[in-house]
Design a protein around this ligand. Structure first.
Ligand code: NAG
Ligand code: NAG
Ligand code: NAG
Ligand code: NAG
Ligand code: NAG
Ligand code: NAG
Ligand code: NAG
Ligand code: NAG
Length: 433
């Protein structure tokens, strides 16, 4: 018993510390370096960044990639990206490198740069789609020419200490590892070539590292009870409550109030939850064989438009989604046996942009689900989601005892019994411990 309790504690503890998302257990961003040719003093590599996360994308202002050189390497040129600082290149005469820093920081170029600065899959302002939403747009590439480096696979030293901002903190990158060379097909697809040397770096996301508070919350309502269960108060932290702005404030008509700031600091509408985003789940209709849910997402940040937003929901009836109106939908099956998670996202050019706070700052959809007669019930909050993520960030749900419940249901009696059983269990665990 002691052992299993210890294991449980360990599991809970490690799931908080180590980046691991139960709804996307293999989600990661992989950075691959393919050495394409050796040069007199180094090599030319193509760097490929793949976002293998199902529903977490990198929004504008995009990714920032950093690393530390193992020796005295310099970057002669970059195509399809640039370093943010050149560093001290005073030792060089004639040809001056693009970057001499020991720890270069690379960002993508903006769309529309001259043709000769472009590279395949580049120049998207660092925006990377989620793998589940748009796999073709989930890759970013650039080419670096490295000098004062090894010139063979025996003498090259792998860069160290990779860091990735996407665009904020939250990603942790592992060490670079040599992997089998990548194969490439020539344009006529009749000849295969391969890289001279390849290494991979894997970065994973942890909300715990990214921020102190959640960045979204969930509220509930239902046709059978007129009470609206609001988001928990201060769900996203109330430290900045004095900096928020009331929805009827005259300040909102000031020109430039919506202009994003360099540091991306939000300007929130004053709410009791202080979240930039709220997801509302309304149980709308109960038909004989089906039931219908309305989902609404509201933006409370006056300084941010959410592009390519995603919403992930876990609910046991998502194995029987019959129709989704005005959002795109894709089931996620992280574990082959359980099909209770799905991802909603906006339709291209219709509602894939969640506008800044205000009268247009919301998107909505309805979902029709077929009942599984054995499990369907309106009792005890069954009709409400178990987990909700917006843009890959887990949203705070209301406490279970505040869910709308059926009139005259035995809710309170049952709740009392389950609390009793729970306390007895806890007590017995404590005693054994
Ligand atoms: C990264 O993601 C890919 C795609 O989901 C997966 O195949 C691979 O195993 C992951 N790598 C790690 C180290 O988790
Ligand atoms: C290296 O990264 C690429 C994607 O950039 C991926 O396709 C490949 O599977 C990775 N290789 C290993 C051994 O992880
Ligand atoms: C280096 O290249 C040689 C062949 O040129 C190959 O046999 C060897 O496995 C390579 N070593 C590494 C670490 O890639
Ligand atoms: C890499 O980071 C670790 C820990 O952050 C640090 O101890 C080490 O000195 C760094 N290595 C280099 C080459 O900067
Ligand atoms: C959001 O998008 C609209 C339409 O493209 C634009 O007019 C507005 O300035 C944008 N707002 C922000 C905060 O970027
Ligand atoms: C999961 O459920 C969806 C309906 O929501 C269905 O279309 C899909 O085939 C199911 N997938 C599996 C693996 O059961
Ligand atoms: C959907 O519900 C019907 C009716 O209960 C059931 O027969 C079917 O197996 C369900 N589909 C899935 C994928 O669970
Ligand atoms: C509706 O649900 C709330 C709990 O959220 C409860 O306090 C209230 O009594 C319910 N209303 C009815 C008519 O049962």
């Amino acid at each position: 018993m002691r052992f299993s309790v210890a294991v449980l504690f360990l599991a809970v503890f490690s799931s908080c510390v180590v980046a691991y998302d139960p709804l996307d257990p293999t989600g990661n961003i992989t950075i691959k370096w393919d050495v394409m040719s050796w040069t007199p003093d180094g090599y030319v590599a193509v760097v490929t960044m793949n976002n293998f996360q199902m529903y977490r994308h990198i929004m504008s202002p995009g990714w920032t990639l950093g690393w530390t050189w193992a020796k005295k390497e310099v970057i002669w040129t970059v195509v399809g990206a640039q370093t943010t600082e050149q560093g001290d290149c005073s030792k060089f005469k004639g040809n001056v490198p693009h970057c001499c820093k020991k720890n270069p920081t690379v960002v993508d170029l903006l769309p529309g740069v001259p043709y000769n600065q472009q590279f395949s899959n580049c120049c998207k302002g660092g925006v990377l789609s989620a793998w589940g939403q748009d796999p073709q747009a989930s890759v970013s590439q650039f080419q670096v020419s490295v000098g004062q480096a090894g010139t063979s696979n025996k003498t090259v030293k792998l860069p160290k200490n990779f860091t990735l901002l996407g665009p904020g903190p939250g990603y942790t990158c592992g060490p670079a590892k040599i992997v089998p060379p990548t194969n490439f097909l020539t344009p006529d697809r009749r000849r295969k070539t391969q890289s001279l040397m390849t290494w991979n770096v894997t970065c994973t996301y942890s909300q715990f590292l990214a921020r102190k508070h959640p960045s979204c919350c969930v509220s509930f309502s239902s046709f059978y009870n007129e009470t609206i269960t609001p988001c928990p108060s201060c769900a996203c932290g109330c430290e900045n409550k004095n900096k928020c702005i009331k929805s009827d404030s005259k300040l909102l008509s000031v020109v430039g109030i919506n202009t994003p700031r360099k540091d991306n600091a939000p300007l929130l509408q004053c709410t009791h939850h202080m979240c930039p985003v709220r997801v509302h789940w309304h149980v709308k209709v109960n038909y004989k064989d089906y039931w219908r849910v309305k989902i609404a997402i509201t933006n409370f940040n006056y300084r941010l438009n959410y592009t390519q937003w995603t919403l992930v929901v876990q609910h046991p009836n998502l194995n029987n989604v019959t129709q989704v109106f005005s959002f795109d939908y894709k089931p996620l099956v992280p574990y082959q046996s359980i099909n209770d998670t799905g991802m909603f996202y906006g339709m291209k050019f219709y509602n894939d942009l969640l506008m800044e706070a205000g009268s247009h700052g919301n998107v909505q959809s309805e979902v029709l689900l077929e009942k599984d007669k054995d499990t369907f019930t309106l009792k005890q909050g069954w009709a409400f989601p178990r987990k909700v993520y917006f843009n890959g960030e887990e949203c705070m749900l209301p406490p279970p005892d505040s869910y709308p419940f059926l009139p005259n249901s035995a809710h309170q009696g049952q709740a009392f019994i389950s609390i009793l059983i729970f306390s007895l269990l806890t007590l017995s665990l404590v005693v054994m411990w």
